[in-house]
Design a protein around this ligand. Structure first.
Ligand code: ADP
Length: 395
């Protein structure tokens, strides 16, 4: 059973081929600059690489390049795409329609397309990729959509509504949807498996370029930090997170900026990058802070404080917490951040195991055995989560 996992953007296509008999990755790759020029880099599990510049006017040529890479190139891993049981697509926005993964039928595809209004940068690209997949692979291979939002569909109205005039919810479906749901689901399932019970209060922190925190009760999402879009929550690599909307309208008026220009500033020029003026990458900013750069230090301090504040608010929302898990590039690697969170929660009986906390990128408990809350590093694996959902649906 081999599942082809696709994560398509408007000009890029990330993929993995996963053998579900042992959940091993047979190959992974990336097509870039689709619609402009076109390039593929494909890596087989044994390290063989196929890289080429190939014209990719649309996603169809990108999929053809992937087929070549997988079946004919020096880094081939299969003889034919007939060996593939199904294709799983990562879809950013499932709105209120998709509370779980679904087989892609013409009706589902039309719904994903219509949800493009809520995710204009993502859903239209997913639809292009799905259509290109149908063109390249025909309708014989089933295709499945796995949504970033569906894990968050269990939030109650009091959690997901914004205190705007109700008509905007009715007219435009403006509400909190959340994101990173596939990752929060995957990580929380691992935590619950380790804890040996579904009946636990868990907080999962996905900290990468995009960052979000989710509060989980009985295996279900209760609240999450990202909102109507992935801009909400706390400070990220280039995104603001939550801030007073008046600051946005004030700056727009002062600088004579359009809503789209302001959105671009909030999404792409803010966050750790905007404060430090150095980089959106926490490693660069941490290095500058070490050299005494005050704005770099401020960016780090702000982000850590905001993460702590979200965790604290979710402990209150859940009425306590049994386990906290860190994932994503920052969550899996930044030992100082994790120690800061544990130490700040010492008043709740959280005790960091500083030796275990030195570990990077591996599943491990980083709290001591007498800690009142178990704290973990759980490396996320969204591609595997998509492949598992895809397999479950085609069975
Ligand atoms: P994405 O959200 O794009 O998948 P990642 O999950 O790979 O991103 O996370 C990228 C972030 O992880 C960057 O800010 C990077 O600096 C950070 N990161 C990676 N390694 C480390 C590390 N050793 N210490 C601190 N941050 C790290």
């Amino acid at each position: 059973m081999k599942i082809f996992v696709v994560n398509a953007g408007s000009s890029s296509l990330k993929y993995q081929l996963i053998d579900m008999t042992d959940e091993s990755v047979l190959a992974k790759g990336l097509c870039e600059r689709i619609g402009v020029t076109g390039a593929i880099k494909h890596t087989a599990a044994d390290g063989r690489v196929y890289a080429a510049e190939i014209p990719m006017p649309t996603h169809s040529e990108a999929f053809e390049a992937v087929v070549y890479a997988m079946t004919k190139s020096d880094a081939k891993v299969i003889d034919s795409f007939d060996e593939i049981s199904a294709i799983g697509h990562r879809i950013v926005q499932g709105g209120s329609i998709f509370s779980k993964s679904t087989i892609i039928t013409p009706e589902a595809l039309a719904d994903i397309d219509a949800l493009g209004e809520l995710a204009p940068l993502h859903n239209p690209a997913h639809v292009l990729a799905i259509r290109a997949c149908i063109k390249t692979f025909g309708t014989e291979i089933p295709q499945v959509a796995v949504f970033d939002t569906s894990f968050h569909q269990t939030m109650e109205p009091k959690v997901y509504m914004y205190a705007l005039p109700y008509e905007y919810y009715e007219k435009y479906k403006v509400r909190k949807y959340g994101a990173h749901g596939t990752s929060h689901h995957f990580v929380s399932q691992r935590v619950l498996a380790i804890e040996g019970s579904q009946d636990k209060k868990v907080i999962t922190c996905h900290l990468g370029n995009g960052c979000s925190i989710t509060a989980i009760k009985d295996g279900k999402c209760f609240d999450t930090s990202m909102g109507f879009t992935p801009l909400d929550g706390f400070m990220m690599g280039t995104r603001t997170g939550t801030l007073d909307p008046s600051a946005v309208t004030f700056i727009a008026n002062k600088e004579n900026l359009t809503p789209d220009e302001m959105s671009n500033i909030c999404n792409k020029k803010s966050g750790v990058f905007g404060i430090s003026g150095i980089s959106n990458d926490n490693r660069d900013v941490a290095a500058a802070a070490q050299q005494g750069n005050e704005r770099a230090q401020l960016a780090i301090d702000m982000q850590r404080y905001q993460i702590l504040k979200f965790i604290g608010s979710y402990i209150a929302a859940l009425g306590g917490v049994d386990a906290i898990a860190f994932t994503g590039g920052i969550g899996e690697n930044d030992a100082e951040l994790r120690a800061y969170i544990c130490d700040s929660l010492a008043f709740l009986g959280v005790k960091c195991d500083y030796e275990a906390n030195k570990v990077r990128g591996k599943e491990i408990k980083i709290s001591t055995d007498d800690s009142k809350v178990n704290v973990y590093i759980i490396p996320t694996n969204e591609e595997l989560a998509i492949a598992r959902d895809t397999l479950a649906l085609i069975k």
